[in-house]
Design a protein around this ligand. Structure first.
Ligand SMILES: NC(=O)c1ccc[n+]([C@@H]2O[C@H](COP(=O)([O-])OP(=O)(O)OC[C@H]3O[C@@H](n4cnc5c(N)ncnc54)[C@H](O)[C@@H]3O)[C@@H](O)[C@H]2O)c1
Length: 375
């Protein structure tokens, strides 16, 4: 097992990870929460086998409960958060108890939000089981759920006590699940660490081979190395770290309107292509960089964007786009939306305030979406 201390703001968060290291992770978690009176593992039902194993082992150290949820984007609601809290209160968990969030980014967000609301906050740890979660979302303090009007509209910041990941957990789903998360890493490399592009693409290519454990360990290092410097400086992702929202404006919109059928990572991949088209149409990005975007995204082996986006309700896309949750950082008219745009790799377009955001007319984004989805 490896341990990395990931500094977010002023404080480090220990990240324990490895391949086939569940025993060591349990010991590390038992040590982190040794003074707790009980623990609640909130787990995605898809990883019930791993969750039960962790709970059984932790039960040797302390009282443990387990709550399963169905990780579907339409269930990422305040109601889901309340169900977790009701369950914990019914089991008499106290302020000295802790939560563990085991699953993908969705489970992490629901459990992270529940942990910060119950009794005004209990300690929690992330146990990520998808690549989106392991390499990206658990490194962010942002927790949010969806409201009927849009994605991630209701949430807070919550700092985990620790993160623990057995990379073997990531290998149980279809390859598409793994690739999904790597879209976030493609994004991170495009916005901040182009020097990692070659290693990222090599690791991506090796995921189906026996070398997968090594490839996953490399991806973990790239994920942490890319996110940490920005999160150290801007832990709430309200200034320079807003750049992580690259590809998320159109991405969140298609994820939400497709009811999660287009999963987060895939949605971000299409969102980056849309952002590149917008940037070109506004004169910031040249054709060569737009082609580079298409090329790097093609390594993810995703389906044709036309087959995925063409059938979506464009009127609804426009409505959801208009409710994007980045509003307020820069001045934006009602018919504009704030977007992260690049001129080239690691070269964001900056507003006068220093935010990496540009107010873009909704019409321009919808035209770019149509271009990416064009038959
Ligand atoms: N807080 C942040 O900064 C942040 C960053 C990125 C994404 N997110 C959020 O995370 C969510 C997306 O996360 P995700 O892509 O991990 O998806 P997810 O959590 O929705 O999981 C996707 C699917 O994979 C299944 N699954 C989970 N682990 C599995 C495993 N090991 N084997 C097989 N199946 C497994 C789930 O049951 C689900 O069906 C979105 O809601 C997004 O908004 C948040």
């Amino acid at each position: 097992m490896f341990e990395r201390s990931v500094v977010v703001g002023d404080e480090p968060i220990p990240y324990f990870y490895g391949f086939g290291c569940a025993d060591d992770l349990v010991n590390a978690l038992a040590a982190e929460f040794k003074n707790a009176d009980a623990g609640l593992l909130i787990a995605d039902r898809a990883v019930a086998k791993f969750a039960e194993d962790i709970v059984d082992r932790l039960a040797e150290y302390m009282t443990m409960h387990v709550y399963f949820l169905d990780a579907e984007e339409r269930n990422k609601t305040l109601g889901a958060v309340q169900s977790v809290i009701d369950f914990a209160v019914d089991r008499r968990l106290t302020r000295e108890s802790f939560f563990l969030a085991m699953g993908g980014g969705l489970t992490g967000n629901i459990a992270g939000l529940a942990a910060s609301l119950i009794y005004r906050g209990v300690r929690f740890a992330h146990l990520p089981t998808t690549s989106v979660a392991a390499f990206d979302s658990v490194l962010s303090l942002k927790q949010a759920v969806n409201l009927p009007r849009g994605k991630n509209l209701c949430g807070c910041y919550a700092r985990p006590t620790a993160i623990a990941c057995d990379l073997e957990w990531l290998t149980t789903g279809p390859r598409s699940g793994l690739v999904n998360g790597l879209a976030e890493m493609v994004k991170n490399v495009l916005i901040a660490t182009p020097e990692h592009e070659t290693l990222l693409l090599r690791s991506l290519g090796r995921l189906g081979e026996e070398a997968a454990p090594d490839a996953l360990l490399s991806l973990m290092r790239i994920g942490i190395d890319t996110k940490e410097p920005l999160l150290r400086a801007d832990p709430k992702e309200r200034k320079e770290a807003l750049i992580f929202e690259y590809g998320h404006t159109a991405g969140h919109t298609v994820e939400f309107v497709s009811n999660g059928v287009i999963r987060h990572g895939e949605a971000v991949a299409w969102g980056m292509l849309v952002a590149a088209e917008v940037s070109r149409s506004l004169g910031y990005m040249d054709e060569a960089e737009v082609a580079h975007h298409r090329e790097i995204v093609s390594h993810l082996g995703l389906p044709d964007p036309r087959s995925r986006l063409g059938g979506l309700d464009f009127a609804r896309l426009r409505q959801v786009l208009a409710a994007d949750n980045k509003r307020g950082y820069v001045q934006c008219a009602p018919d504009e939306v704030p977007m992260v745009l690049l001129k080239g790799v690691a070269e964001p377009v900056l507003a006068a305030s220093g935010h990496p955001l540009v107010a873009v007319p909704l019409d321009t984004v919808m035209t770019a979406l149509s271009t990416v989805a064009a038959p």
